[in-house]
Ligand binder design. Sequence first.
Ligand code: ATP
Ligand code: MG
Length: 157
Amino acid sequence: APVHLASFCASIMDTIGTVAKKKRITLHTEIPEELFVEADEDKLRQILINLLSNAVSYTQDGGKVELIIQERGDDEESDKVIMKVSDTGIGIPKKDQPRIFERFYRVDKGRSRNSGGTGLGLSIVKHLVDLHHGEISVESELGIGTTFTVELPMLQD
Ligand code: ATP
Ligand code: MG
């Protein structure tokens, strides 16, 4: 069913806001008002919640987390929705980046020690993105921050 992204994400950002506030993390969103994507609401929520909770967990107090959504296509018609979750957090070492979507994989060296996660969050995200015939990628710089980009077809066939 078509999901109206602006209102859908507003409620997700509300949820994330509670945790972000405790760490004085600033949240920022940019979502075109008229944009819809055909997706399963529960799965889409899980994708965004997992990425946004990682962004908040792995960002120090006072940092910034963003959700930016755009449409993309040729000049005629847009056919993809691009969702970017960015943070100003600790970053992911280059050598670990290819493995973070594996089940139970966690980047170590004390960073994950306090967060009590299981290392399943991103493997679930990857699985749910695959179910929508989408793609996910990561760009990250140690000590600077991380951006996860999810591309979903606007319409499912
Ligand atoms: P879970 O999500 O199951 O509670 P988790 O957060 O450790 O546990 P994933 O969400 O799969 O597991 O993430 C895997 C690892 O990737 C994390 O342990 C963390 O080291 C790293 N990671 C994920 N997102 C970020 C991010 N935004 N910034 C820095 N590191 C990240
Ligand atoms: Mg996680």
